[in-house]
Write a protein that binds this ligand. Structure first.
Ligand code: FCB
Length: 444
């Protein structure tokens, strides 16, 4: 069953989560509130009225969860740090008890030989910084640099990698563009200024972390998609090109080329962000790796109403088109446009309406989703893209942001009433898949 997919023996196989989505313990041991605590405590913001106060209670059950990972035989775990756990206000005093939690987690991972890949910011800004203007305030970027430096100083030598941001596109566009995510602002101009401050904060953090020499590879995680014109019409093609510029190039160009893409800048007009002299010198810094999160493609239609994607392979429980070949196309397009560092697929996976039946979850749809995407990934590697690892989203069912607990992305089912973990069929499949790759590793 696994025969046709063969990755390099040293390819990294992992699973991913993020702090707010799994940890719970939202006010334990001196943790300060984050914007996701504030946002989700207004039940109207979350589709099922839930919040992340308890989530998967990973803060208390991390040992069990690391044990599950060890049972799956994965090489690596990607997780994020809750900034307000280690620095309650986002500036000023550090919270030792918060750092202690991550030290214990690192100990548990080390015991099992699982490589830790940390993300510094997966959307949960300390509320203390939000009160001072959040990402709209330029100063927040400097506070992020301080936080990054402290984490690298303390943990850099214990981490395989540190990513500054997870999906700054979402922070800017869902947090400030359409109010779907914390802090719940809907203002196109603010969203663009926020995107600039996020990029600036990435650059400041990279510099600050480089100044503290450590072994960790440093980079950023971006969510990306190809943009396909719905038809061959000039209007559809122009729209597809614009979408590529506004989403992918908007974040990639500053980092790799030291400028914003012209096409997008023209489209944004007066909404374009305020950029200070020297900002691009800070933002454009060599990365040790680029993390790419891939879920779906963009389908560009200029018609009214717009044409929708054909969804030949169906859609997920999120309503997202299943489109594995988009991953191959995306990676090849990136390679064509940028001088890329090694790439990790830092997220890929799907939501499905899983239920436990006789102690089992038969998520065959997820198995075929992952399998198809791995085949697509292999095609990109065969075509010359340097991809070093793959992190399945997610280890656990968890708090899926404004969808609450209704959307299940885990390869391990979580019963939120009992916190019972049940590995789904996909988890067992992934375990066997990784073992098969490893068999080849030993033979190699
Ligand atoms: C990504 C997020 C991750 C999760 C998946 C489904 O955009 O980074 O936290 O919500 O989508």
């Amino acid at each position: 069953m696994h025969d046709s997919i063969r990755f390099s023996p040293d390819f990294t196989w992992g699973v991913a989560t993020s702090a707010y989505q799994v940890e719970g313990a939202f006010d334990a041991d001196g943790k300060g509130p984050s914007i996701w605590d504030s946002f989700s405590h207004n039940a109207a913001n979350i589709k099922d009225g839930s919040n992340g106060d308890v989530a998967c209670d990973h803060y208390h059950r991390y040992r069990e969860d690391v044990g599950i990972m060890a049972g799956l035989g994965v090489d690596a775990y990607r997780f994020s740090m809750a900034w307000s756990r280690v620095q309650p206000l986002g500036h000023g005093a550090w919270n030792e008890k918060g750092f202690d939690f991550y030290a214990r987690l690192l100990d548990a991972l080390q015991e099992k030989g699982i490589a830790p890949h940390l993300t510094l910011y997966h959307w949960d800004l300390p509320q203390g910084l939000q009160d001072a203007g959040g990402w709209l305030a330029r100063d927040t970027a400097f506070r992020f640099g301080d936080y990054a430096q402290e984490v690298a100083r303390r943990f850099g030598d214990r981490l395989a990698s540190i990513a500054t941001h997870n999906e700054p596109w979402c922070t800017a566009n869902l947090g400030y563009g359409n109010a779907q995510f914390a802090p719940g602002v809907s203002d196109a101009r603010q969203a663009l200024q926020v995107s600039h401050h996020l990029l600036l904060s990435h650059g400041l953090a990279m510099g600050a972390m480089r100044s503290v020499a450590s072994q960790a590879a440093l980079g950023i995680v971006l969510n990306q998609w190809t943009s396909d014109p719905a038809t061959g019409s000039t209007a559809d093609r122009a729209l597809a090109e614009l979408e590529w510029a506004r989403s992918v190039q908007w974040f990639m160009d500053p980092i790799f080329k030291g400028r914003y893409p012209e096409l997008a800048l023209r489209a944004h007009g007066a909404d374009a962000p305020q950029v200070n002299a020297g900002d691009f010198d800070i933002i454009r810094q060599p990365l040790d790796f680029l993390g790419v999160n891939y879920y779906f493609r963009h389908f560009a239609s200029a018609e009214t109403p717009p044409r929708t994607a054909p969804c030949a392979l169906g859609t997920t429980d999120m309503g997202w088109e299943i489109y594995p070949q988009g991953l191959t196309e995306l990676l090849l397009k990136l390679k064509g446009e940028y001088a890329l560092p090694p790439i990790y697929i830092t997220e890929n996976g799907m939501a499905s309406a899983d239920t436990v039946d006789g102690g089992q979850v038969t998520d065959t749809d997820r198995i075929s989703f992952v399998r198809q995407h791995l085949a697509a990934l292999q095609a990109a590697i065969d075509a010359g893209v340097d991809v070093r690892g793959y992190f399945l989203w997610s280890l656990l069912d968890n708090f899926e942001w404004n969808s609450g607990y209704a959307k299940r992305f885990g390869i391990v089912h979580v019963d939120y009433a009992t916190q019972q973990r049940t590995p789904k069929a996909s988890a067992l499949w992934y375990r066997d898949f990784v073992a098969a790759q490893r068999g080849q590793r030993h033979a190699a």
